[in-house]
Design a protein around this ligand. Structure first.
Ligand code: ITT
Length: 186
């Protein structure tokens, strides 16, 4: 069985492809913008996108929906992270956090996978950390330059290699759950 990951985000695709390879799982990546419903729940958004992807491709697919949840901003931007990144960006989020002592935040990733039939399987991962005072690093994508994971050494995600990020990230955790489940299916 070959799985197709549907996304428009090259950064996500690179991280997921690289980690799944270590499990001996090769994927195809299909680039198409799926409908993203408005919802506070990543699980709900991912489920609906996965249904749509399966309708279009009619073969085993998965999608991933992720977001950055900032404690001081009551979880903003959360499920709206993609829009917020495109509009106010990293600089805008840093402005909103100016002078804030509480910089706690977490990333969450939700993967929705449909192999066949009616069932959709969900796999989630969370990475807890802090928003840095200034952007640092140039690897990764999105809010990577301003997110310092708690499990790390003070570097931002954008200062890490893809392998280092995958070892502790929200997406890495969700992908490992997906990989273990796929192994059981074999
Ligand atoms: P697809 O829906 O096509 O997969 P997208 O970029 O629109 O791509 P999301 O809807 O999941 O993906 O948006 C999540 C946004 O949150 C993403 O665009 C980034 O700005 C941010 N984000 C998610 N995971 C991230 C990560 O690991 N590092 C940095 N930013 C991340």
């Amino acid at each position: 069985m070959r799985l197709t990951f549907v996304t428009t985000n090259v950064g996500k695709a690179n991280e997921i492809r690289s980690l799944l390879k270590t499990f001996g799982i090769e994927i195809d990546v299909y680039t198409i913008k799926l409908t993203e419903i408005q919802s506070d729940s990543l699980e709900e958004i991912a489920t609906r996108s996965c249904e749509e992807a399966y309708e279009i491709l009619r073969k085993p697919v998965f999608v991933e929906d992720a977001g950055l949840f900032i404690e001081r901003l009551n979880g903003f931007p959360g499920p709206y992270s993609s829009y917020v990144y495109r509009t106010i960006g990293v600089a805008g989020v840093l402005r909103l956090m100016e002078g804030e002592e509480n910089r706690a935040a977490h990333f969450k990733s939700c993967i929705a996978c449909k192999i066949s039939g009616d069932l959709i399987n969900l796999f989630s991962g969370i990475c807890v950390g802090r928003i840095s005072n200034e952007p640092r690093g140039s690897s990764g994508f999105g809010f990577d330059p301003i997110f310092m994971p708690e499990e790390g050494d003070g570097r931002t995600f954008a200062e890490m290699s893809i392998e280092e990020k995958n070892a502790i990230s929200h997406r890495g955790k969700a992908v490992r759950l997906l990989a273990e489940w796929l192994k059981l299916m074999r």
